[in-house]
Design a protein around this ligand. Structure first.
Ligand SMILES: [Cu+2]
Ligand SMILES: [Zn+2]
Length: 168
């Protein structure tokens, strides 16, 4: 929308920011661990596609969440806080009727410690008041049981990263 030229002089200049279409996370191991990876979030029809590639894990399931803070300065990852939960819901599975925004379930590592994940999440948002931008991603030592409160009993944090805006 363009204002008429004679209105422009008195109108405040409103910054325009394009909606976020994609985001990326570089996962960095917490102290004493060697888990690394990349997670991409992309806006698609019906939700946000999550594609994760993680390595250096113990074989088996590992809790995988978006946490409240993009602060990954603590050696043990605890500065990322609890699960992203703007709706004050209970912890649950990604497909559950009630869950935290940040509840992405588990990564499943193969015998070589490599895990991949690719699904479309219908709850998380790249834009708006519950946006995941600037929040943290945490990979845990143990499986998320998808029901224990408040965090699924997933144990220590083996890798953390910050969700940043990506070009695509
Ligand atoms: Cu977590
Ligand atoms: Zn949770």
């Amino acid at each position: 929308m363009f204002a008429r030229a004679d209105d422009m002089a008195t109108m405040p200049v409103m910054p325009t920011v394009a909606p976020v279409k994609a985001a990326v996370v570089l996962l960095i191991p917490t102290v004493g661990n060697s888990v690394t990876g990349v997670v991409r979030f992309t806006q698609v029809e019906g939700g946000v596609r999550i594609v994760a590639e993680v390595s250096g894990l113990k074989p088996g399931e590992h809790g995988f969440h978006i946490h409240e803070f993009g602060d990954i300065t603590a050696a043990d990852g605890m500065s990322a806080g609890g699960h992203l939960n703007p709706g004050h819901a209970k912890h649950g599975a990604p497909g559950a009727a009630e869950r935290h925004e940040g509840d992405l379930g588990n990564l499943t590592a193969d015998a070589t410690g490599h895990a991949t994940l690719d699904y479309v999440d219908t709850v998380i948002r790249l834009n708006g008041p519950t946006s995941i931008i600037g929040r943290g991603v945490v990979v845990h030592a143990d499986a998320d049981d998808l029901k224990s409160q408040p965090v699924g009993n997933a144990g220590k944090r083996v890798a953390t990263g910050v969700i940043g805006v990506a070009k695509s």
